[in-house]
Write a protein that binds this ligand. Structure first.
Ligand code: ZN
Length: 219
């Protein structure tokens, strides 16, 4: 079982389900040749995929196109179902930064065949997390800078106001389809600039006022 790490708290919270939103920045949807969605597009990752900042991402040997996606991650701190705006906001207990590591070559093949993205999105080390910043320490403004570098070169640089669906809209939407529980995480989608990484590359990411993250790709 994997446990969350918090800034300024020693609470032991096991990681529940990880719900991810795809295509939540218009420029990123465009760069992959996708339409801008009418509703959040969601998929899941298992908690066993999680590693923390400072640990290595292990490049699966069955892909030649491992991509980085830097994302704002929401921490859910209570059970909710069919949330309204207020209960959705209240259920977001804090925030962190995450990397949704993706096997883009497999994803394109699976999309072409109309099959689920599971194997492109779920592999050991596919979800990299940093410490959760609780709302008692920081309330999201919604226009914080989000960025990622590979070997010191900027690849992704945007701000959270460019998200198509806001955190509250995402929590409302997901909770209308499946209940959310304490320890669940929501990856809210990545801005444009995703790209390939290979063994030896060093990734650093940052969301202004929230957290930094770093990892190295290894074989
Ligand atoms: Zn993503």
């Amino acid at each position: 079982m994997k446990y969350l790490k918090f800034k300024n708290s020693n609470e032991q919270v096991p990681i529940g389900k990880i719900v991810c939103v795809g295509r939540n920045y218009a420029e990123h949807a465009k760069e992959l040749g996708n339409e801008i969605p009418e509703f959040p597009l969601i998929f899941l990752k298992p908690a066993s995929n999680v590693i923390f900042s400072g640990e290595d991402v292990i490049h699966p040997n069955y892909s030649n196109d491992l991509h980085h996606e830097v994302e704002l991650v929401l921490y859910i701190d209570r059970e909710i179902k069919n949330a309204d705006n207020k209960s959705a906001e209240d259920a977001i207990g804090g925030y962190t930064i995450g990397l949704d590591m993706t096997l883009r070559d497999l994803q394109f093949e699976l999309k072409k065949k109309g099959e689920p993205w599971t194997l492109a999105k779920c592999f050991d080390t596919a979800a990299v997390l940093s410490e959760v910043v609780l709302k008692s320490d920081y309330i999201l403004k919604g226009d914080e800078n989000i960025s990622l570098t590979v070997n010191g070169n900027t690849r992704q640089n945007s701000d959270l106001s460019k998200m198509i669906f806001t955190p509250v809209e995402i929590v409302k939407y997901i909770s209308a389809k499946m209940k959310l529980e304490k320890g669940d995480l929501i990856f809210t989608g990545t801005p444009e600039g995703v790209g390939r990484v290979v063994p030896g590359d060093r990734i650093s990411g940052s969301i202004e006022n929230i957290a930094k993250i770093s990892t190295q790709i290894s074989k």
